[in-house]
Design a protein around this ligand. Structure first.
Ligand code: IMP
Length: 194
């Protein structure tokens, strides 16, 4: 267990400040402070499962910093595109972006999609990475909406929501997001069982 005075600390290896801010707020609800380790560059393997990518990155990050470490991998899975971009979300965002995804979805009526998040946690007390998952169902909008958040937020609208993620402030996104679900599961474990 790592403590700063009476507060537990989680070390998150990420260079994504949006992801960090979302995670930080969730973990603080559970009395956990989050440290952003942005200089730990982890090797990202190619795999069809984001869980395997997260696990491999956690092992790599732990070897580099020797701290109880969490990494999170997320992706957007579009049903009619056979799950694309899924584990290739980062590459797809950098190359075709939201406009490219909207083009691929042109004339497609069934726009069901989901975001998945997997956290992998590794420390000297756990001999292999422990994973926590979150998923949110929704649909791909016809056009970009909103300016908050990052990545595919402007084109993803959760089921039953009237706004895209990019039209929500962090507190609203954190009520329902894939990341909020996986981080809440991690927080329960970190507080009670670690
Ligand atoms: P990462 O590997 O977890 O950084 O996620 C891969 C890509 O998925 C990112 O570059 C984003 O484009 C996208 N992504 C992941 N999570 C989110 C999210 O919460 N909102 C929007 N896009 C996301």
């Amino acid at each position: 267990m790592t403590r700063l005075s009476s507060c537990k600390v989680a070390f998150l290896a990420t260079g994504n400040v949006h992801k960090f801010n979302e995670a930080r707020r969730i973990l603080s609800e559970h009395g956990i402070a989050t440290a952003m380790l942005r200089t730990i560059r982890t090797v990202e393997i190619q795999d069809d499962e984001i869980r395997n990518i997260a696990k491999a990155r956690a092992v790599d990050a732990f070897q580099k910093c020797n701290l109880p470490i969490i990494v999170e991998d997320a992706g957007l899975f579009i049903e009619k595109l056979a799950g694309f971009p899924g584990p290739y979300s980062s590459y797809a965002y950098r190359t075709i972006g939201n406009e490219g995804v909207l083009k691929l979805m042109k004339n497609i009526v069934d726009r069901k999609a989901c975001f998945r998040s997997v956290i992998a946690f590794l420390s000297s007390k756990t001999n292999k990475p422990k994973c926590f998952k979150g998923k949110i169902e929704g649909r791909i909008t016809e056009e970009k909406r909103g300016s908050h958040g990052f990545g595919f937020d402007p084109i993803f609208k959760p089921l039953h929501a009237s706004k895209t993620f990019a039209q929500m402030i962090i507190e609203e996104k954190n009520q329902l997001s894939h990341r909020a679900l996986s981080f809440r599961k991690f927080a329960e474990f970190y507080i009670n069982k670690f």
